[in-house]
Design a protein around this ligand. Structure first.
Ligand code: FMN
Length: 210
């Protein structure tokens, strides 16, 4: 089975109105490879093993990607243009589509469908990766949502998170590939996104094959 384990015995933190919110183990924010070693190891991976990510690994990955590293301000591990925080991280896994909530370091299920294969314009390896991160940019959070910087902000803010994911994966022996080959408009429709939301990138993550 290719799914990421996220359920298991982890405590549910949802209210009656939000039963699908699921706490992740607290992220381990120490250790890992020294930065220069992670940079030496960083590369794109397009062949994934049939192996799941454990909850702790998923927790650490999400924190490294887009977690809060300064709790007093709520600012994140990745920069964001004008601190608009336009990006939401959607997780496409075998057990559905989830959204990462940095404030509670939890994930909430948006739909039970496996849409991994729908996050690509035709690269077969994508559906074999246990996790496909979808970078959803919401222009409603930008200072000038209708200006030319709308796409620039969404693209740049996605890409800097993507590099965090690359470096985390290099540190942990995971494989990753950032992908612009995403059917953005079709996927946005599939995920019931608002007109202000757009998808520019996805990123496949998993253990490398072999
Ligand atoms: C903006 C951007 C878009 C990319 N889009 C794709 C993609 O759609 N599919 C893919 O397989 N790789 C994609 N890549 C990965 C590049 O092909 C890869 O980084 C390049 O071949 C260099 O290999 P390396 O990452 O191992 O250094 C993308 C990389 C970037 C930075």
């Amino acid at each position: 089975m290719l799914s990421v384990i996220v359920a298991g015995a982890m405590p549910r933190i949802g209210t009656a109105a939000d039963l699908s919110a699921m706490a992740l183990p607290p992220p381990k924010t120490e250790g890992g490879k020294p930065l220069m070693e992670a940079l030496k190891a960083r590369h794109s991976t397009r062949e994934f093993a049939d192996r799941q990510l454990a909850p702790q690994m998923l927790s650490n990955l999400l924190w490294a990607a887009w977690g809060i590293n300064r709790p007093q301000s709520g600012l994140r591990t990745a920069p964001s243009s004008q601190a608009c925080m336009d990006i939401d991280l959607y997780l496409a896994m075998a057990n559905g589509v989830w959204i990462y909530n940095p404030k509670t370091h939890s994930i909430s299920q948006l739909m039970p469908d496996d849409v991994r294969g729908e996050t690509t314009t035709g690269q077969d390896y994508v559906k074999t990766a246990p996790l496909n991160l979808i970078y959803v940019s919401d222009a409603a959070r930008m200072k000038n949502p209708s200006g030319p910087e709308r796409a620039l902000t969404g693209i740049a803010d996605s890409a800097v998170i993507g590099q965090n994911v690359y470096l985390f994966c290099a540190s942990e022996g995971l494989g990753a590939v950032l992908r612009a080959s995403v059917p953005g408009a079709k996927l946005a429709q599939r995920l019931n996104l608002k007109p202000t939301q757009a998808i520019y990138f996805a990123q496949s993550v998993g253990y490398p094959k072999g």
